[in-house]
Design a protein. Structure first.
Length: 67
């Protein structure tokens, strides 16, 4: 696989799963606006379609194993 093919695949995945900078900024702003008596230890932000695809991949793998 050449560099242009790798770049093309990476760009496709980015377009498919990327979260916009505005969305990330919105999450950070919401955390910063929390009351002073609230603590945030961790923040995990991931695109929902990536989670759905991962779940579907797991289901498909389990189906293949059971046949």
């Amino acid at each position: 696989m050449n560099d242009s093919k790798i770049r093309e695949n990476a760009e496709k995945k980015y377009e498919e799963y990327a979260i916009s900078a505005e969305r990330i900024a919105s999450v950070v702003t919401n955390v910063l606006d929390m009351p002073a008596d609230a603590a945030v230890n961790d923040i995990t932000i991931r695109p929902i379609n990536q989670v759905q695809q991962s779940a579907q991949t797991l289901i498909n793998t389990q189906k293949k194993r059971s046949t």
